[in-house]
Design a protein around this ligand. Structure first.
Ligand SMILES: [Zn+2]
Length: 299
């Protein structure tokens, strides 16, 4: 299973509009606190999301109903307004950046925290109406924001992005973005634009960033990536020619690797180059190709 996928909660989305049901669950449910978008985790070799009994002092804090875990209702709660949140929640865990903690987190909890982080982040960035500029208020247990003056409703956004492994014969293309470490190579990626399919986005991005013309594009798997709100759509793109012309804006180097070389890169055995981390879909995309598992998977 890909990291960030496989959320085990029952989102019970049919109950979100039932304000009385949500309020009652909120009072006696469990909260997952976030402080300045950092998540509360506990544990050592394997981290877990800290689940804390709802507290009166945070009853009015911004919150989102995440779903049911058995009988327990879980809520993400933004405790950023609490100046001593770290001390207040110290008995339950420590606040960590989700991206940094991802590699150590239990996979189910990583998916839950991904949902929590993406939702709290969305609320934090969408306090005003995009249509008229007035302040908005949350509704449906955190799954929309309402603008009373103009009547607009705003919903949590997910931004689709393609991430693709270009294949030419028996080699795959990895590149280095100038924003990354000097030895870090990964698959190419970019956002899907309005009016575009993900296959079209793959071809456009490959040509735009690397001057590579892709033919057949096949879907592999997708991964929620809450930094802040992407859905990474992993694809393979077949290319007839391997000439590369880097755009120079984002990509500053590229390399075509054989399956054996790509395996070494993933396993940290290639001198002078590092590959994508196991938490990221790019790692799994390359691994699947290395192992001949290019067919589509439901994570
Ligand atoms: Zn408005």
């Amino acid at each position: 299973m890909l990291p960030f996928t496989g959320n085990p909660l029952n989102r019970a989305s049919e109950r979100r509009a039932d304000a009385a049901w949500i309020a009652e669950r909120r009072q006696r449910g469990l909260i997952l606190p976030l402080a300045r978008l950092q998540v509360l985790v506990s544990g050592e070799s394997v981290l877990r999301a800290a689940r804390v009994r709802a507290m009166e002092e945070f009853a009015g804090a911004p919150s989102v109903f995440l779903g049911l875990e058995g009988e327990a209702a879980l809520f993400a709660v933004d405790v950023s307004a609490c100046s001593d949140a770290a001390e207040r929640f110290a008995p339950h865990g420590v606040f960590r950046e989700l991206r940094a903690a991802a590699a150590l987190l239990d996979l189910g909890d990583l998916a839950i925290l991904s949902q929590a982080k993406a939702m709290i982040d969305w609320h934090a960035r969408h306090g005003f109406c995009a249509r008229c500029g007035a302040p908005t208020t949350p509704g449906d247990a955190g799954y929309k924001r309402i603008c009373t003056p103009c009547g607009a409703e705003h919903f949590p956004r997910t931004d689709p992005a393609v991430i693709m492994l270009a294949i030419c014969g028996e080699r795959c293309l990895l590149a280095r973005n100038k924003a990354w470490g000097a030895d870090f190579y990964s698959a190419l990626a970019g956002f899907v634009e309005p009016g575009e399919t993900f296959e079209e986005a793959v071809r456009r991005e490959l040509f735009e960033e690397a001057g590579v013309t892709a033919g057949e594009v096949t879907y592999y798997a997708c991964q929620p990536w809450p930094f802040p709100s992407s859905l990474m759509i992993g694809c393979f793109a077949q290319c007839a020619r391997s000439e590369v012309t880097l755009d120079g804006n984002e990509l500053v180097d590229s390399v075509w690797l054989t399956r054996a070389e790509a395996r070494d890169l993933l396993d940290g055995k290639m001198a002078g180059r590092r590959g994508p981390f196991p938490a990221a879909i790019a790692h799994h995309l390359v691994r699947a190709w290395v192992e001949g598992r290019e067919s589509s998977t439901d994570s």
